[in-house]
Structures are given as C-alpha cells and as structure tokens.
Design a protein around this ligand. Structure first.
Ligand SMILES: [Zn+2]
Length: 483
C-alpha cells in the first residue's frame, strides 16, 4: 500500500474510534508468526516516552495515519505509516527502520498505541506535538509530599552492628518467612493462570493477559512440590549382585576397589531421598562423581574408538556441567509436562527422584526425572521426559518434528512411534530401569504443541549378557581411584 499524497489532516473525528481498540493492536501482532515479537511492548515504551511526533491522518478507502517516531536512544527518526480499515483492523504498517520491513517494528506499535490513546481520550484533533526536549524536565524536582518534621532529640539512632540483627530486621525476616509459607500454599498451575487471564481480560488488563497467554499458561516449577506427596522407596530391591561379583572375580578386581562404592540398601534409599529433596547438592555431585551414570551408558557401551583421557573426563564429571540453552528450556518445561501428564491421567501421582544407586551393582548411578504411581493399577513406573526445544520454537507436533528432522531419537514404522534402540536415550532408560528396580518407563516426549508417551520395558537379557559386563569393565579399567 502506497502512502497517499495531499489532504493530510489532524482531524480525528472521522477516525473509526468505536471499532479501534486494543484488540486491533493485539490481533495485528498475532498476524505475525514470530511469537518472540518484541515490538509490541517496546513500542508501548516508545509511545509512553513521547517519541511519537507529527501525527497526521488521511481519510480515503482506508484511514492512513503517518507519524515521525524517534529512536529509543538516538536522535534518529523514522517515518511510520499505518493503514486501518473502517472495521478498525490494522491492514499494514510501514516504517523505514531496519526492522520495519515486515511492518511490525516497535515504531509502528508506538504509533498504534498513540492512536489508541487518542481514541481513549476521545480527541477531536490529534494534538500539536511538543518535543520532549522542549518541555521542562520532570526529574529532580523533589516530591510534593509534605513531611512530618520531628525534633532532633526525638530521632532514634541505632548503632549498627553487622553481626547482630536488631528487632526490626528480625521482624522483616519473620515476615518474609511467613510470606514464603503463604505463597507456598497457593498452587499456581495452568488452571489458576487461565482464571487470572480471564480476570485480566475482563478488567481490561490486556498487556498482562497477553503475557500470561504468551507463556502458554505455564507456571514456574515451584509448584511441583505440591503434588509430591507420595513417597516411595528406591531402589525397590537389591539387584544384579551375583552377576556383579562374578564379573569382578573374572576380571580380577581387587577387594579394595570393590569396596569404594559399596552401599547398603537402606543407605542407598536414604541417599535417594536426601538428594531428591536437594538435587544438585554437594552430596548429589559427590555420589554421582564416583560412579558411572545412566546418561553416559550409551557413550561407554557403544565406544569403538580407543578410550582417551578426555573421554574419561566427560564420563566421570566431577562438578556441575555446563547447561546449554536447550537443556535449560527442557528443565524448565519438565514441570509443565508433569502437569499435562496428570491432567490427562488423573490417577497418576508424581514422585520426585534423587540419585539412585543399587547396592547390588554400586558402581552405577541414575537420576531419573521421577516415578509415576498409577492409583488404578497400583503400579510404579519410571518417568523420563524429553522436550523437543527446536520443535517447540517452530510450534510443531511430534510427527511434524520427526518429518523436519528436529527429533533424532524417534522412529515411525507407519503406524507407531518408537524410541530408537541405538540411541543414547534408550540406553539411559535401560540403565535407569536396571538400577531403580522398576520394570517399565513412561518415556514422555513433549513439543509444547503435542505430547506423546511411550512405554519402555527393561531388556533383562541384554542387560545381563552384554551391557552389564561392558560397564563393569570400563569402570574398573578407567576410574581413577587415586583421588
Ligand atoms: Zn521501525
């Protein structure tokens, strides 16, 4: 659409005010497929800081509003034009800034918010602008509040002692603790957020409503604690003890080395419990670092190349490893996945898990995402959650993600979806099952738009005949007992 020539006016009366609302702006924003669009909020800030100037209107088949919008921190200005039809719909926005090609830059939104402001003020004419550099400064003028003056000898002086809390700080600490309790008892789940969203819409708090919606009605992970009421003893039993001691005998492993990781069933359960309450604690790291963890099983078992020092270091990590952006998103999504899972299966109860070690084969460890207790069948299944971050960003279903190669661990035989048996996730699940003593794992794949659950069973034969010995041999050959 071309900007018309001539007949520009400041007259606002012919503007379709009754049809133009905040909805016009939000639906223009939604017309864009990029939901990370920042122009919407940034534009609002520009408008609030009086960066929209020289507004003029042209009435024809559509209303064209043009303006000069100043850049956020620079003297630069941009020419913006917006086309609006009689139904109040924004048809197009133009701006000559770098980001303005798609017509949805912050300058366009700044003008849209400006127009909305004119509508709200029921103006007959758009106001003659006063550049913000021409108005008196608004900062540093002092407050208008009247203060109650007190006499000097009435002032209370408190001697500052850094290690001693005075009564008022103690009160503040107590207050904060009380607040913690009271926040902890509110369950902020997606239902709650949907209610909030409705209330926001009804009271016209559209920006807040938008942001709740843009976050997919997802709450923070803290509420997880509210549905971890069921407790469960993990590992379920001592397993693989005979196989392990036979292997140690065959490989001639010294008693001392075998003692290094040794743990009783009750201590293993205690460890699991304590690390579940405090994941990524010192205990969590130290107990994992002396063992082979399930997430590394695939690398160890499938290794063809000679074992290098670098490889050993990645297998036995001693400290917190770097978390990629994708891992972080995946971690934050876990709570939402659990919520969805329980929404779909009301008879499911989620049980959090810590570091799990089986006393039968104490050189191995696993930290599963949790256990699902099914009230109907009275069964416990392991839970493993994988978030397809890329698919989430492209708003794909699982099927679409597989077609677009955004998911390398699933295969489709035309009818069903499976977890590839030669993928590290499969080996990780097998290890977790073998260590925890559970038979099945609910393997949940989430793309945000779509979620599937696969049922994976422990392959006892492979575990006993192949994997176990490879893991034991690798551990005793490569673990550094001297530290
Ligand atoms: Zn622009």
């Amino acid at each position: 659409m071309e900007c018309p020539v001539g007949n520009w006016t400041k007259n606002f009366l012919p503007f379709p005010s009754s049809a133009f609302s905040e909805f016009s702006i939000t639906s223009y924003k939604r017309g864009h497929d990029d939901n990370r669009l920042k122009g919407f909020t940034h534009g609002y800030r520009l408008f609030k800081s009086n960066k929209v100037m020289k507004v003029l209107l042209h009435y024809g088949d559509e209303v064209v509003v043009k303006a000069v919008v100043q850049a956020s921190f620079k003297v630069a200005t941009y020419n913006v034009a917006i086309f609006i039809n009689s139904q109040g719909e924004v048809l197009q926005g133009n701006c000559n800034c770098i980001g303005g090609i798609q017509g949805r830059c912050k300058h366009v939104f700044a003008l849209l918010w400006y127009i909305l402001d004119c509508v709200h003020q029921e103006l007959s004419h758009v106001v003659e602008d006063v550049a913000c550099t021409s108005v008196p400064r608004t900062w540093g003028r002092g407050s208008n509040k009247t203060r109650n003056l007190s006499m000097f000898d009435q002032l209370k002086f408190i001697k500052h002692e850094p290690n001693k809390h005075n009564k008022s700080t103690l009160k503040i600490i107590e207050k904060r603790n009380n607040l913690k309790d009271c926040y902890g008892s509110i369950e902020i789940n997606s239902d709650f957020l949907r209610k909030c969203h409705n209330n926001c819409v009804n009271s016209g708090l559209n920006m807040l409503a938008e942001s709740i919606e843009a976050n997919g009605f997802r709450a923070s992970t803290h509420y997880l604690s509210s549905f971890t009421a069921v407790t469960y003893s993990l590992p379920t039993e001592e397993l693989w003890g005979e196989e392990y001691s036979n292997l140690c005998k065959n490989y001639g492993i010294e008693e001392g080395k075998q003692e290094f990781c040794k743990i009783s069933l009750s201590l293993a359960r205690k460890l699991q419990n304590e690390t579940c309450l405090q994941s990524h604690s010192q205990l969590w790291f130290s107990e994992r670092s002396k063992r082979l963890t399930a997430s590394k099983f695939y690398a160890v078992i499938s290794r063809q190349a000679p074992v290098t020092e670098q490889f050993i270091n990645t297998v036995f990590t001693k400290t917190a490893t770097f978390q990629s952006r994708e891992m972080n998103i995946g971690l934050r999504n876990e709570a939402e996945v659990i919520r969805k899972l329980i929404d779909r299966n009301p008879n499911f109860k989620y049980i959090k898990c810590g570091v799990c070690v089986n006393p039968g084969i104490p050189i191995l460890a696993a930290s599963p995402d949790g256990v699902i207790y099914n009230e109907l069948t009275n069964t416990y299944n392991l839970l493993e959650i994988k978030t397809l971050v890329k698919a989430m960003e492209h708003n794909c279903t699982i099927q679409e993600a597989m077609e677009r190669k955004l998911c390398d661990f699933l295969v489709n035989d035309g009818e069903n979806i499976f977890l590839k048996k030669n993928h590290k996730y499969y080996m990780q699940v097998q290890g977790q099952l073998a260590i925890t003593g559970l038979r099945y794992c609910l393997f949940v794949v989430d793309s945000g738009k779509d979620m599937i659950t696969l049922n994976i069973e422990l392959d006892v034969n492979k575990w006993k005949s192949e994997w176990l010995q490879k893991l034991v041999l690798f551990y005793f050959t490569n673990f550094n007992f001297n530290i």
